[in-house]
Design a protein around this ligand. Structure first.
Ligand SMILES: NC(=O)C1=CN([C@@H]2O[C@H](COP(=O)(O)OP(=O)(O)OC[C@H]3O[C@@H](n4cnc5c(N)ncnc54)[C@H](O)[C@@H]3O)[C@@H](O)[C@H]2O)[C@@H](O)CC1
Length: 174
């Protein structure tokens, strides 16, 4: 939704609409902001067509509860997105990655940019792309309790870029 407000022209691929009220309300907000949702087609054709006229993919398909194997329609979608050659920005955890162990199943996307929320997850320690953190809302007490060792946010910023991992052995020390 924010992407639409900041002047981008996002298109949503949302093949399995959630039945909970919150998902319906979020989708209604997108409709109100004239952000189109692609029609759901069995063969992911609408996704294929949209990828051909897009500049970047914002990946928010699977979250930290993802478990393989990848079922339809996402089993076809992940390779389509990967093969599109478009830059990928993943939200919180790249889709298909195990939250603790990373892309151990080999089915995950390989994003250029990751935007972790609250705190980076264990499984992305070796993520070597650009890595941002958005979690300025985390209270100090929680940070200390879980020894999160969070970075400082500059000024009024809601996100901060984390140092890049240069070598596989140089795992993120957060
Ligand atoms: N759930 C949450 O509290 C949060 C989710 N966030 C992000 O929001 C996005 C969606 O997260 P969710 O937690 O809703 O994601 P889930 O992984 O729970 O589910 C997303 C969709 O994928 C389907 N799905 C799950 N596992 C599948 C499998 N193995 N094969 C095929 N389909 C499968 C589900 O039925 C659902 O339609 C992710 O980018 C995630 O990182 C973050 O913004 C942080 C908070």
């Amino acid at each position: 939704m924010d992407a639409g407000m900041f002047g981008y022209k996002p298109t949503i691929w949302y093949p399995k609409p959630g039945s909970k009220d919150i998902y319906k309300r979020l989708q209604q907000q997108c409709t109100n902001m004239q952000i189109p949702t692609l029609p759901s087609t069995p063969d992911s054709q609408s996704l294929r067509t949209a990828l051909a006229s897009s500049d970047v993919v914002l990946d928010a398909i699977f979250g930290f509860s993802f478990q393989p194997p990848v079922r339809a329609p996402f089993d076809a979608a992940l390779p389509l997105i990967a093969q599109s050659g478009l830059p990928i920005v993943s939200v919180d955890i790249p889709s298909g990655w195990n939250v603790e162990q990373g892309n151990v199943d080999g089915v995950g996307l390989d994003p250029d940019v990751l935007v972790s929320l609250t705190a980076p997850k264990e499984g992305v320690r070796k993520f070597a792309g650009r890595h941002f953190l958005g979690g300025r809302f985390v209270p100090k007490s929680m940070e200390e309790k879980f020894q999160l060792n969070l970075p400082e946010y500059p000024g009024f910023a809601q996100i901060v870029e984390l140092p890049r991992v240069k070598e596989p052995s140089d795992a993120q020390k957060l």
